[in-house]
Design a protein around this ligand. Structure first.
Ligand code: BES
Ligand code: ZN
Length: 626
């Protein structure tokens, strides 16, 4: 790690409003990491004193939708600090103990996105603090599901989603990805349901009903995760398995049976898997993401259970985060592409190793087309089309777009193309090993890249042009463009269909999911309802058990004004809370006055069943005020 003695500190009196930067030269301290960037999304002061270990004891009350907990922290002092500053949002704090003394609860003023600072007087002679608190029933990270929202319909369910800055809505902590800590936890529920965390998970509770957890590898706060529900476990192999409701466990374990192969492929690319176990928890359909890389326990949407493993790239993706993201973490959210761009690149390599190059290239072609669309919507000069973002003062959720993911991955593919796979893979492995269990800024990456990959090869540097990729908007000239023969075949069928070939005469027999998605995306928009009905009759899109294909069909139906799709669309919007599907569907609906009116009607019924993350986005699209 490139160590610097310059540190950036925040003036916490001014809170988030104008982060006044005070530069101070300080000698290097023994404790790691030596330097912290200013993080505009956290009030915390890790450069002075940081949390090293969290011990969490919690009671989950499903009746009141409240978690009552005590969070006890071990601290590391980096300077003569007398105050520890934590992030909180909406927590009801009843007591704080520092060392052995009860101290006052000192909360800063409240910001709707960033929450409130909690300042705790601390003493290096007694480097622990303990906070007793309750979460609020509308805590942003938590989703409390009724029994009706689950597969089994008989037990409620709770899950968390902490990334990017929602961990502070259920635990007071230094909610900044630069701060790593280990944790232990003891958790009990009001109704005896099984509890899981992003940690070692026990088979059973202890005699008093508490489930015990340990995460021995230091992790950033956004990887804190918890779920409770009627959950069963099914092993896949010696180090991986699936947790799901009993109604889903069978299909989930069949769908994910290649997980062991994926882990082996990933290890042979970029080094050993350092988190011991890799399990997958299948959540109810309101989970707002496809997947979340919670360490040791990926959280996944059930919408990837297509029955034919065709959507398991998501597992490859979340698994890849065990290196890019969880092992080597973006220092601040402006560096988000270091998490996601690297992960999409790595995901593609795992997919290629396990399912072959043709399939991987089709997926990459579809994603690259999506990137081009995103850039043309934002405009090629938009600052948010740069890899290195500037999210100060904004919700870091605004940085979640194809840019970090697909532009980031394309940049790495350019590096691979120009350096050659062997040299590039050796570099990436070195990057992960050298920076394991630390956070990295874009500039630290670039420095390592220049020293280790470029190493004086100015021709290579010129061919890659990393600075343009990272700091300039749009898609650079030297991007990797894709040629998928399989998709060119699909183009021919689309052309045939557009010129009148009946759907059931198209040559689709060997198609897999990417081909179907590509087909639906290429269809002309000026078609009559009768042709839509004929398409659906031939291919059964509206009954598809493949959520990607169904969502694509529903989106296309909105585009062409195909009214008969409305009941299926409504059912989909009522059931699925995955933002990636909801966002384009509501956007398309909102583009006409009648569509918007219909969308608002459905949304007002569906909204209580969505997670905060999705609600936050869809409220904005529909300009909905509750
Ligand atoms: N870490 C992300 C999800 C995330 C990003 C949550 C930013 C909150 C803020 C996860 O790894 C992810 O990228 N999920 C994708 C998966 C897909 C790209 C395979 C998703 O949910 O669609
Ligand atoms: Zn990801």
């Amino acid at each position: 790690m490139n160590k610097t003695i310059m540190r950036i500190r925040k003036n916490h009196l001014l809170l988030f409003a104008i982060p006044v930067l005070v530069w101070a030269c300080q000698p290097e301290k023994k404790s790691e990491p030596v330097s912290y960037m200013n993080d505009p999304h956290s009030f915390s002061n890790p450069e002075q004193v940081s949390v090293r270990h969290l011990d969490w004891e919690a009671f989950i009350d499903f009746d009141s939708k409240v978690i009552s907990a005590t969070a006890t922290f071990d601290l590391t002092f980096h300077s003569k600090a007398d105050t520890l500053i934590l992030d909180t949002r909406g927590l009801n704090i009843s007591g704080v103990v520092s060392g052995e003394e009860q101290v006052p609860v000192l909360l800063g003023s409240s910001h709707p996105i960033f929450g409130q600072s909690l300042s705790i007087p601390v003493n290096p002679d007694h480097p622990t603090v303990s906070i007793r608190y309750e979460t609020s029933p509308d805590a942003g990270a938590l989703q409390w599901l009724t029994a009706a929202q689950t597969a089994g319909k008989s037990h409620p369910f709770l899950f968390t989603q902490s990334q990017a800055i929602l961990a502070r809505t259920w635990i007071p902590l230094q909610d900044a990805p630069q701060v790593r800590f280990t944790y232990s936890a003891r958790v009990k529920t009001s109704n005896g349901l099984r509890v899981l965390m992003s940690a070692s998970n026990p088979d059973q509770p202890d005699s008093s009903g508490f489930w015990s957890f340990r995460m021995n590898q230091p992790i950033p706060s956004y990887l804190m995760a918890l779920a409770a529900g009627n959950l069963e476990f099914r092993p896949i192999d010696h180090r991986s398995g699936v947790y799901a409701e009993p109604e889903v466990i069978e299909s989930a374990s069949r769908e994910f049976s290649d997980t062991g192969k994926m882990i082996t492929a990933a290890e042979s690319l970029y080094g050993p898997y350092l988190w011991d176990r890799y399990d997958i928890l299948v959540l109810p359909p309101s989970f707002p993401f496809g997947g979340m890389e919670n360490p040791r326990l990926t959280f996944a949407t059930p919408t990837i259970l297509a029955g034919d493993k065709s959507l398991v790239a998501l597992v490859a993706h979340e698994l890849a985060h065990s290196w890019s993201g969880n092992l080597v973490t973006n220092a601040v959210w402006d560096d988000f592409w270091l998490n996601e761009g690297f992960t999409v690149y790595f995901e593609g390599r795992i997919m290629e190793a396990v399912y072959g190059r043709d399939f991987a290239v089709m997926e990459q072609t579809l994603s690259f087309n999506g990137l081009k669309e995103t850039i043309s919507e934002l405009g090629p000069d938009h600052p948010d089309t740069r890899l290195k973002l500037d999210l100060a003062g904004r919700d870091p959720d605004e940085g979640v777009s194809d840019i970090a993911y697909e532009k980031g991955a394309n940049f790495l593919r350019v590096c691979e193309r120009e350096a050659g796979r062997e040299r590039w893979d050796a570099f990436l492995k070195d990057y992960f090993t050298t920076h394991a269990f630390t956070s990295v800024t874009t500039e630290q990456f670039l420095d390592f890249f220049n020293r280790k990959l470029i190493a004086g090869d100015t021709a290579l540097a010129g061919r890659i042009d990393a600075e343009t990729w990272i700091y300039k908007p749009g898609i650079p000239q030297n991007a990797v463009v894709y040629q998928s023969e399989k998709l060119m075949e699909v183009d021919k069928q689309v052309a045939g269909w557009a010129s009148g070939t009946p759907s059931n005469k198209l040559n689709t027999a060997s198609w897999t999911t990417p081909e179907w998605l590509y087909f639906l995306r290429q269809l002309p928009h000026d078609q009559r309802n009768s042709r839509m009905a004929e398409l659906d009759k031939a291919f059964g899109f509206s009954r598809s058990g493949n959520s990607e294909i169904l969502a694509e069909w529903l989106g296309h139906s909105i585009d062409v004004g195909y009214e008969p799709a409305k009941p299926v669309l409504e059912a989909f919007l009522m059931k699925v809370g995955r933002r990636k599907f909801l966002k384009p569907l509501y956007e398309k609906l909102a583009s006409t006055p009648e569509g918007l009116e219909w969308a608002l009607k459905v949304y007002s019924k569906a909204r209580p069943g969505y997670h905060f993350v999705s609600v936050n986005t869809i409220d904005g699209i529909l300009k909905f005020t509750p």
